[in-house]
Design a protein around this ligand. Structure first.
Ligand SMILES: C[S@@+](CC[C@H](N)C(=O)[O-])C[C@H]1O[C@@H](n2cnc3c(N)ncnc32)[C@H](O)[C@@H]1O
Length: 293
């Protein structure tokens, strides 16, 4: 029996944004994974959670080293963060932002760095520069203001409220655990019948307090993945017009490679488009022929 692929018609976009968010790849990932759904879905690099939220397994272990992400989703899970509380908080904070502008943003950033409220986290994530999630070496959120004091319009608040509510509905009744954990620790819990989805940070990019990832980490992950007692899939960029990610060729040879091309704009016009090829590397089921990457 195959639980996946789920026929995803509409992607549920999470309320929290982060670098490397896989919104555009969820359908591709879902279509290429085969799993009975009997064990647990394990995601050691949860990020925004968009993959798990759309795959919707019955049981899941969802982990990240970023405690703010985990505490936000735990808040939704226990009901403290819901469509009413989010609307209330964002209406008040949005009005204060339109009056106080940049000063109010930095006041909230300071408050968040002292008390780590998940509501402040949401406010900052949705009003900071480019929706970035970045922390300094001491773990303090350090993204500047996004320069839009009128950011929290009625429509924008409703959009966020609906996103929170959709995620709350998805989590409800499912056996999901959100934990702060390093990937290696998380993977020690994987068992036969589980499925592990891996989406580590890009090597040498987006480095910050919760996100240090270098070549050695990437190689170790490939070794630990190869020894997993269950199926797994890993997302990684493969190539663009300038270079290829040789790490894929060097360390994931024993996996099945499927690719997906997508475009991003490098300028204001349609013609200024570049494509990037994303890889999904899948464990080859025991007994089947190994295809070279
Ligand atoms: C590329 S993002 C995942 C994006 C996610 N799949 C999505 O679609 O939003 C990588 C995530 O790994 C987390 N991370 C970085 N180093 C980690 C580590 N050593 N253990 C666990 N998580 C880590 C980061 O905090 C970040 O949320």
């Amino acid at each position: 029996m195959s639980f996946l692929p789920r026929n995803i018609i509409k992607i549920d976009v999470p309320p929290i944004k982060c670098q490397g968010i896989k919104t555009k790849l969820v359908k591709f990932i879902s279509q290429n994974i085969q799993w009975t759904g009997e064990g647990k879905w394990i995601e050691p690099f949860l990020g925004s959670g968009v993959v798990a939220f759309n795959i919707r397994p019955e049981r899941a272990l969802l982990a990240d080293t970023n405690k703010h992400i985990i505490s936000f989703y735990r808040g939704i899970q226990c009901g403290d963060i819901n469509k009413h509380t989010v609307r209330q908080v964002l209406e008040v904070m949005g009005a204060q932002l339109s009056k106080g502008g940049v000063d109010y943003y930095y006041e909230i950033r300071k408050r968040f760095n002292e008390s780590a409220s998940p509501f402040d986290f949401l406010f900052l994530n949705r009003s900071c520069f480019n929706g970035l999630m970045r922390f300094n070496g001491k773990g303090k959120f350090n993204v500047p203001f996004g320069h839009k004091p009128q950011r929290f319009s009625k429509a924008y608040i409703t959009k966020i409220v609906n996103q929170v509510n959709a995620i709350a509905e998805i989590i409800k009744g499912r056996d999901w655990e959100f934990v702060v954990s390093d990937w290696e620790e998380t993977l020690t819990l994987a068992q036969f019948g589980d499925f592990v989805y891996l989406d580590p940070p890009y090597i040498g990019r987006h480095a910050d307090y919760f996100n240090t990832w270098d070549n050695d980490d990437a190689i170790k992950l490939s070794e630990v993945a190869a020894a997993l007692p269950c199926e797994y899939a890993l997302s990684m960029w493969l190539e663009n017009q300038y270079r290829r990610n040789t790490h894929v060729d060097e360390h994931w040879q024993d996996t099945k490679l499927v690719t997906f091309d997508h475009f991003y704009h490098i300028g204001s016009t349609e013609s200024l488009r570049n494509s990037i090829t994303e890889a999904l590397l899948l464990k080859i089921p025991m007994g089947s022929k190994v295809e070279a990457v």
